[in-house]
Design a protein around this ligand. Structure first.
Ligand code: GLU
Length: 305
């Protein structure tokens, strides 16, 4: 496995030249476009690392499945899915077009920005600080990294420039999906997206989902299995932006990508995978990361289908 991972990273690194680093959040534009790295953890607690696996990145949209899990734990399915749907959109992650055309109107799923902002608004806590701490605490637990924290530069950069998310959020309040202080909800969402991680943290989070919500060291259940199944189903149907269908065919692993170039994968009952590759394709997925996962999935027959 180790040798194969080293080879696959070097084979696929050339793809980084064919994409672009996201720069609509100015601070993300500073990432090195030629980076590519991967960490794989398996149920036998083996861990394999290759390429630029030490490069740090922010969670961005990889935070959405985890925030969804927390909102489901806090509120139950009925309440969460009153505010957000269960269907793929076929539109880009930050699109708002269907919010106005669908009737009754609600974000189509929790993996697009509109849905994720609605989900974050449901996270419980008596103050905004407590809400964020509860999110961070879950991320720390499932990544097995008690030191996770926000990257302040990325957070402030998005807070300053996030007008599209701001428009989405105000629209959501207008149609009754968001309740409460919009700026406070957005702040929480920007913070959750700015949590800084490494591939190993992402791989551990993927492993937690792959392991049906059970901590693989203590054997303790952190979330009920059926909630982690809901989360993984969204990852397969909507996790790779509007390339989710193609990714499901070519890779077949529940995965969520982020505009920082990360991909978090959960191979049910087998492994967690974390990828970094900040150079993105036109849909917003790590261009070399996707190719790397195609090869890995093919090699080890990881597709769930
Ligand atoms: N914070 C980013 C945004 O809302 C996350 C986008 C993503 O990773 O897809 O625009």
């Amino acid at each position: 496995m180790q040798l194969l991972l080293n080879n696959l990273v070097e084979k696929n690194r050339q793809w980084t030249k064919h994409g672009k680093v996201a720069n609509y959040i100015p601070e993300l534009g500073k990432m090195d476009s030629d980076r590519l790295g991967i960490v794989v953890v398996d149920t036998g607690r083996k861990i394999y690392r290759a390429g630029d696996y030490q490069t740090k990145l922010t969670m961005q949209s990889m935070s959405k499945p985890i925030a969804l899990l927390l909102a489901l734990l806090d509120n139950g399915e009925e309440k969460v899915f009153r505010k957000v749907g269960k269907e793929p959109t076929g539109d880009p992650f930050n699109s708002m077009i269907k919010l106005e055309t669908l009737n009754p109107s609600k974000p189509l799923n929790p993996m697009i920005n509109a849905g994720a902002i609605a989900v974050t608004s449901l996270i419980k806590g008596i103050s905004k600080e407590e809400k964020f701490f509860r999110i961070l605490d879950l991320f720390r637990k499932i990544s097995k990294n008690p030191n996770l924290d926000i990257n302040m530069d990325v957070y402030l950069s998005e807070k300053k420039t996030g007008d599209r998310n701001r428009s989405i959020a105000y629209f959501l309040r207008d149609i009754g999906i968001l309740e409460g202080d919009v700026e406070e909800i957005l702040d929480l969402y920007f913070k959750q997206c700015s949590i800084e991680v490494t591939c190993e943290d992402i791989a551990n989070m993927g492993m937690f989902l792959a392991n049906q919500g059970i901590d693989r060291e203590s054997g303790k259940s952190i979330a009920p299995m059926h909630l982690t199944q809901i989360v993984k189903t969204f990852m397969i149907t909507c996790g790779m932006y509007d390339a989710s269908g193609e990714f499901a065919i070519n890779v077949g692993i529940p995965s969520k990508s982020g505009v920082s170039g990360g991909i978090m994968c959960a191979v049910p009952n087998k492994m967690g995978i974390g990828v970094i590759g900040p150079s993105l394709d036109i849909k917003g997925n790590s261009i070399a990361g996707v190719k790397l996962l195609e090869d890995l999935s093919e090699e080890f027959k990881l597709s769930i289908f």
